[in-house]
Design a binder for this molecule. Structure first.
Ligand SMILES: Nc1ncnc2c1ncn2[C@@H]1O[C@H](COP(=O)(O)OP(=O)(O)O)[C@@H](O)[C@H]1O
Ligand SMILES: [Mg+2]
Length: 402
């Protein structure tokens, strides 16, 4: 394949290793400076310039977009996507991961363990927010920090308030997070490629530092992950939309707590700690997937009028429990089941013989009118208003008289 590594640091360890791994496998690889692209929307089709000239054809890109150029970098990646060039990490995925709040929001509905987190803006809401995550000591984070910079441990509520107010006054947004004491300055970095963890290490903070980042003096050691850590890492990367990711987890008393998902994970620390060819695994994965450029499935499937995608839940009205998919009648109603979610497992392309169980969730493509009656009620948090009593409230006597 012809591969472009998008990077502003051709000499960096990670870039060098990726380039070498690609060359060793007989691929045609170039390192292109992300900032030298020109996004060209002047012609009949989306195009790209590089250093002022039309870019030649590539089969795949591997974006390594630094934090300082997220906007331009993701625009370039998005342009490659529009041109049907394969990328393991999409512009969307990179954007999702880059902002710690956005990442936490997206992961929060999927049952991924995370440190308790809040985000507020008004001064009056600060104290309740700090209390909600368990009070001091509390961790304060800049939304787009990296390498441990912008992660502060505040020992007291008063100090936390002062720090957050100061940051707010300089227009910095911060999130407030419970301090996971039991992790004791250690965390786990799992390198996810595709659907598996290819390497993992434990990072240990130096001295009395609580941040275990290598850039903050942390040391690394290889670690054998248990199944729950592996699954959490892989699912987090999948949910974010990243096929190459470094997932950082704290070791909580109840299991893994995801802190962040990195879309351009550094390779030096993890390859040194584990002696594993992570760069090679990334290149092999891309070569294997290159025929499948990203497709915005929902958008593509919604272009036929009256058809769309919906998630249907097996229960109640349609009375599907115990029936096979073949007997369900969905097919006759012009509804195709793409995937079936049962608890935490997913059955892709479920066959006609699959027996439906209560609370199965089916991702379907079909006629919107047919699916409407089967769409579950929107999840409600709690009842905010009381239901009216069954018997009508008697009208006031005067009103009735007039
Ligand atoms: N809630 C927390 N409790 C305990 N330690 C934390 C917490 N959040 C972060 N840390 C420590 O600080 C380090 C940096 O935090 P992280 O959110 O990964 O920011 P960065 O993007 O700067 O690496 C982590 O690797 C971990 O060692
Ligand atoms: Mg980190």
């Amino acid at each position: 394949m012809k591969l472009a590594i998008l990077s502003r640091a051709p000499q960096a360890y990670s870039t060098q290793r990726l380039r070498t791994a690609a060359q060793q496998r007989g691929h045609d690889v170039k390192v292109l400076n992300t900032l030298r692209f020109g996004i060209d929307l002047s012609g009949p089709e989306p195009d790209l310039q590089y250093r002022g000239r039309q870019l030649s054809d590539y089969d795949a890109i591997l974006p390594r977009i630094g934090n300082s150029i997220t906007y331009f970098g993701t625009a370039v990646v998005r342009q490659f996507e529009q041109m049907d060039v394969y990328t393991p990490n999409t512009a969307n995925g990179i954007t999702n991961a880059r902002d710690k709040l956005r990442a936490t929001q997206i992961l929060s509905r999927h049952g991924i363990g995370m440190p308790a987190t809040t985000f507020v803006r008004n001064r009056a809401d600060l104290r309740p927010a700090i209390e909600r995550v368990g009070g001091a000591p509390v961790v304060i984070k800049l939304l787009e920090g990296t390498q441990g910079i912008g992660v502060i441990l505040a020992p007291e509520v008063k100090v936390a308030e002062a720090i957050i107010e100061t940051l707010h006054s300089t227009k910095q947004n911060v999130l407030i997070q419970s301090f996971i004491t039991e992790s004791r300055g250690r965390d786990i970095r799992a390198l996810v490629v595709g659907d598996r963890v290819v390497a993992a290490m434990r990072r240990v903070a130096s001295g009395d530092e609580f941040r275990s980042n290598v850039h903050r003096g942390g040391t690394v050691e290889p670690v054998e992950l248990s199944a729950d850590y592996e699954q959490t890492a892989v699912r987090s990367a999948q949910i974010m939309g990243l096929k190459v990711a470094g997932v950082d987890m704290l070791e909580g008393n109840e299991g893994p707590l995801v802190m962040e998902v990195n879309s351009s994970p550094g390779l030096q620390g993890i390859e040194t700690a584990t002696n594993l060819d992570v760069a090679g695994a990334i290149i092999d994965y891309i070569a294997n997937q290159v025929a499948f450029p990203e497709i915005d499935v929902r958008q593509r499937l919604t272009v036929s009028t009256g058809y769309g995608v919906a998630e249907l839940v097996v229960h109640g009205a349609a009375d599907l429990v115990g029936k096979t998919l073949g007997e369900s009648g969905l097919w006759d109603r012009d509804i195709t089941v793409l995937t079936l979610h049962r608890g935490t497992t997913v059955i892709p392309n479920p066959r006609k013989g699959v027996v439906l169980e209560a609370e199965d969730r089916m991702l379907c493509f079909g006629k919107l009118e047919e699916m409407r009656s089967m769409i579950p009620e929107r999840r409600r948090r709690r009842q905010k208003v009381r239901r009216l009593p069954k018997e009508p409230i008697p009208a006031p006597v005067e009103a009735a008289a007039s």
